[in-house]
Design a protein around this ligand. Structure first.
Ligand code: PRX
Length: 632
């Protein structure tokens, strides 16, 4: 690889072939242009898409931090994700390829077929009384119908709220209740590592106390025995046969600032936050970032191996690829079931060009050795991606060498549910340093600041803040605008507080260190310590609890819990196990603690706040730092 500019640390430069193929050859020039004229940059990008009516203003910051983008414009994201392609050769191009967990089923949908399926689903939910602005909760696994369901909502102007299929009845209940959804779309069961997860029964459990829900639409996937309430529950395949469920449905004209979806994410307090995204800006942000960062070409097959239940799946399985007219691949299963070559089989079978996944998956697959990927022809791959947590250089290099055969640059994309799109990320020609997401995306500026909000010097750790608005930024926390202002815009007025600590090196490259709030990142999933602690305390044996994150070989961070028992309960191995299961049941198996320890006392400040930092230091045998606020 040709070396260009002297840079600090270990640097991987793009090959000539990568540069030759790249859409953005001169990153610096493009970044400078966008930096000088932010609105001009985004307005040019937005103009590549179709609008029923163009905007009066690109960015309206008159009521900041309630920023608005493309005000006055009329659009629908589905018009650009599907409708506009039907007028071109893309009508017969594949929009979605799907493979079942067991590899026995393969389904493909052209843009034409996608339009038919989405319209069918849209007509059904319309017939159930769902109207523009109504919320619909979607609780499903990775099957094509989850994509249809999301797009069907957007098409008629309803607001989808996808809840990850691994969440418990209680977590689902809280999210349905908070969003006041009218309809829940689910499936009978979901295949996970050869077993069936009973999604519909979990919905039944969650709905025991959700009066807002009028109907439940159930997609048949596993075919197992499923209880159906004759008044409330409806099989999708039965309704799909009715004349009303035809494949034609007009796309609703929306204001650019009308809500598209809400997605819950963990914050530092107990209740998950409902992040709100809108049709216009989110569309422009996801379209543009995917186009430049993964250099999407018309003939590409793009595989984002996340779950549609998280923002990564929303932006880069569903919306981003379709907005770009690409072919998105979705796999029902996980990377290692039944064997650790499952993903590589898919890459080979479908000729995947771009693979975008999380460090935890890479680390998990690394453990099985190189022989598994080496059995497959992975030469179709052109680019790789990483998201969700910092990627450790060892995993980066393995991914680069064993999967990418040293030919595929790795796009390490830092972003959040709140940002909707990649924020700190390279594009393919940018020299890479393993573990760094390089620099802010075009038009964005980041900064590392100290407690007082002053920029720290390069190399020092501090709070990561974003200095300029971007089109796909969250608009608010649904139903709680004050929390939106307090959470993101109050600590350093005028700057967006990401909640991560980071540092910047002498080359201007950003290195994310981790969350600074009480959020634990387990395998790229955000979990609040408060959520875990309140799950523990909901068990009759537990009086008080604290949860911390400690390094974990595969998950990045594992959860460790400390519990103070109520009188009458004695510590035991079996109680510890019971508590681990209890958290899995109350929140989700991803929240299951690695271990539960029993303590007589938790370190607290004099005002009664648990000092998790002290627990963490003690658990790792590290110095406890400043303990002046620790109560006696
Ligand atoms: O801590 C950062 C980490 O994940 C957080 C956002 O989580 P969530 O909203 O669930 O979205 C995950 C997928 C976009 C961030 O605050 N994070 C995400 N991507 C990276 C990352 N940390 C380091 N490097 C990344 N590439």
């Amino acid at each position: 690889m040709a070396k260009k500019k002297e840079m600090e640390g270990e640097v991987f430069y793009p090959s000539e072939q990568v540069v030759e193929q790249a859409r953005v050859k001169d990153w610096e020039a493009m970044a400078e242009k966008a930096d000088k004229d932010l609105e001009g940059f985004w307005s040019a990008e937005a103009s590549e898409l179709e609008w029923y009516k163009k905007w009066d203003k690109v960015l309206d910051d008159s009521k900041k931090p309630f920023f608005k983008w493309f005000t006055g414009a009329k659009v629908n994201i589905v018009h650009n994700a599907i409708d506009r392609h039907l007028k071109t050769y893309r009508k017969n191009k594949l929009a979605l390829i799907w493979e079942s967990e067991d590899g026995k089923e393969h389904l493909t949908y052209s843009y034409f077929a996608m339009n038919r399926e989405v319209s069918r689903m849209a007509n059904i939910i319309k017939a159930m009384g769902v109207r523009k602005g109504d919320r619909v909760t979607i609780y499903m696994g990775r099957i094509p119908e989850i994509v249809f369901a999301m797009l069907a909502c957007a098409k008629i102007g309803a607001v989808h709220s996808v809840v990850f299929g691994g969440f418990s009845a209680e977590a689902l209940h809280g999210r349905i209740e908070d969003s006041q959804s009218k309809l829940v779309i689910t499936q009978d069961g979901n295949y996970v590592n050869g077993k069936i997860v009973d999604l519909k029964r979990t919905v039944d459990e969650a709905l025991k106390r959700c009066p807002s829900v009028e109907n439940v639409l159930v997609v048949r996937r596993t075919g197992q025995d499923t209880p159906m309430d004759p008044l409330r529950d409806h099989w999708y395949h039965e309704l799909a046969k009715l004349p009303v469920a035809n494949g034609k449905c007009p796309t609703e004209e929306m204001d650019a600032e009308d809500p598209l979806y809400i997605l819950y994410t963990s914050g530092s307090t107990g209740k998950p936050k409902a992040i709100l995204h809108v049709h216009g800006g989110y569309m422009v942000g996801t379209y543009t970032t995917l186009k430049y960062v993964f250099d999407l070409k018309d003939e590409d097959r793009f595989w984002c191996a996340a779950d549609p239940g998280w923002v990564t799946g929303h932006s880069y399985i569903v919306y981003g690829p379709l907005l770009n007219g690409a072919t998105s691949f979705m796999f029902e299963g996980g990377p290692a079931y039944p064997y650790p070559n499952r993903w590589w089989q898919c890459v080979e079978r479908y000729g995947i060009n771009i693979l975008y996944t999380a460090p935890t998956a890479i680390r998990g697959l690394m453990r099985f050795g190189e022989a598994w990927p080496n059995k497959h022809d992975l030469s179709s791959l052109r680019l790789l991606g990483s998201v969700g947590e910092p990627i450790n250089p060892e995993a980066w290099k393995w991914y680069h060498r064993v999967i990418g055969k040293e030919q595929c640059p790795i796009m390490d994309t830092w972003w959040q549910t709140e940002t909707g799109m990649f924020m700190i990320t390279p594009t393919p020609t940018v020299p890479l340093k393993p573990g760094s997401g390089t620099r802010p995306f075009f038009g964005q500026q980041a900064e590392i600041v100290d407690e007082a909000g002053n920029p720290v010097k390069d190399g020092d750790e501090g709070y990561l803040v974003l200095k300029r608005p971007w089109p796909s930024m969250l608009r608010t926390i649904y139903g709680d605008p004050d929390r939106y202002v307090n959470q993101y815009w109050s600590k350093f007025p005028g700057k967006y507080l990401a909640g991560d600590s980071a540092r910047r090196d002498a080359d201007g490259y950003y290195w994310i260190i981790g969350r600074v709030d009480d959020v634990i990142n387990v395998s790229g999933h955000r979990l609040g310590t408060a959520e875990i602690e309140s799950a523990l305390v909901s068990h009759p044996a537990v009086a008080e609890a604290a949860a911390i994150g400690l390094p974990h070989e595969v998950k990045g961070t594992g959860i460790h819990a400390f519990c103070l028992l109520r009188a009458g309960f004695a510590p035991s191995e079996s109680l510890a196990e019971e508590l681990r299961q209890h958290v899995a049941k109350v929140i989700s198996p991803i929240a299951r603690p690695e271990d539960v320890k029993f303590v007589d006392k938790l370190p607290k400040t004099r005002s009664g706040k648990i000092m998790r930092r002290v627990l963490k230091a003690r658990a790792q045998g590290l110095p406890e730092g400043d303990v002046s606020t620790l109560e006696e």
